[in-house]
Design a protein around this ligand. Structure first.
Ligand SMILES: [Zn+2]
Length: 157
């Protein structure tokens, strides 16, 4: 590394004490490094003359703020549109999803149907009233216990 390459470290104070002393000896004999050192000091002085709290023009702040708000609104709109598009896509995919094949099988009872009869013996004190059903093959009875001796419906056997 050439001694001139250490100018930035020298100016920023990054050199060790020994290296700093060696570079200072180099600086006294090197016109390029002295020039760089002088420019750096002038720049530092110029920066110090600037008002540290230099006010940012209000108009610039408003414009930047406006641009940020616009960008935020645009992002919001894009995100909302993307969400709506995703919802529409999901609905469309759901609507056109493959349907399971449905097979309607109509079964007709095979004849002869086995007829099941139940015989129930009641005591004499029971009133059994036959009830109509939709099927001519089915009859059921309302059974009223202890009514046979007091009530007798018309037309019943
Ligand atoms: Zn030099």
């Amino acid at each position: 590394m050439k001694p001139c390459d250490q100018i930035d470290d020298f100016l920023s104070g990054a050199l060790s004490a020994e290296s700093r002393a060696a570079f200072a000896a180099h600086l006294s004999g090197c016109a390029d490094c002295r020039s760089a050192e002088r420019e750096t000091h002038q720049l530092d002085a110029l920066l110090l003359t600037l008002d540290e709290q230099a006010a940012v023009p209000t108009e610039l702040v408003k414009r930047i703020d406006g641009r940020l708000r616009q960008a935020h609104r645009r992002r919001l709109i894009v995100r909302s549109a993307a969400a709506v598009a995703a919802g529409v896509l999901i609905l469309a995919l759901w609507y056109i999803r493959p349907q399971p094949a449905i097979e309607i099988v109509e079964k007709t009872p095979t004849l002869p149907v086995e007829i099941t009869a139940v015989r129930v013996d009641f005591s004499d004190e029971v009133l059994a009233v036959p009830q109509k059903t939709d099927s001519p093959n089915v009859v059921f009875y309302w059974v009223y216990p202890n009514l046979a001796s007091t009530t007798s419906p018309e037309g019943s056997p």
